[in-house]
Ligand binder design. Sequence first.
Ligand code: ATP
Ligand code: MN
Length: 162
Amino acid sequence: MFRKILYPTDFSASAEEALEYVKKLKEAGTEEVILLHVYDERDVDVQWEVEAQIHPEEPLEKSRHDVLKRMLENGFDRLKELEKEITHFSFKTELIVEVGIPYQKIIQAADNLHVSLIVMGSHGEHGFVEKLFGSTTGRVLAHGNVPVLVVKPKNHPNSSTH
Ligand code: ATP
Ligand code: MN
């Protein structure tokens, strides 16, 4: 039923908790897991400006290219670390690093790769836990076309005590 899963991560602790559910879905017949990280294109521009100020002698296009290259390599390395955590379950895996608006890239990947389920955290690296869920998750739920398993972090302050 959930043969192919998309696991989008911002490398936050909340997203990491969602990975536990990816493992559990092995029993539900999951065979393939796509790990996706999206660099927010707005953050890339901020980094680029910092870089340009540190090295004013370098042409702007080169510094943008360097910043992007470094970010993509770093994202790939971090996804590889996460992939190691699930090797034991012998899923077929695919690692994807993109630059863009996170929720849009998540929805596009889900559609283009024909996934049957998205597994993601309710919260991420930026948000306030007081919110019901973060904006990336909210937008994926609002605009996406496949079922989403939203994983709430353990010890969430809004949890009921009974
Ligand atoms: P906000 O970004 O709205 O301030 P937040 O960071 O707490 O709040 P979200 O961004 O919605 O919450 O993160 C929820 C989940 O969405 C994460 O656990 C992760 O699974 C996914 N996600 C968030 N950002 C990205 C990203 N850049 N690339 C891939 N997945 C992401
Ligand atoms: Mn976020």
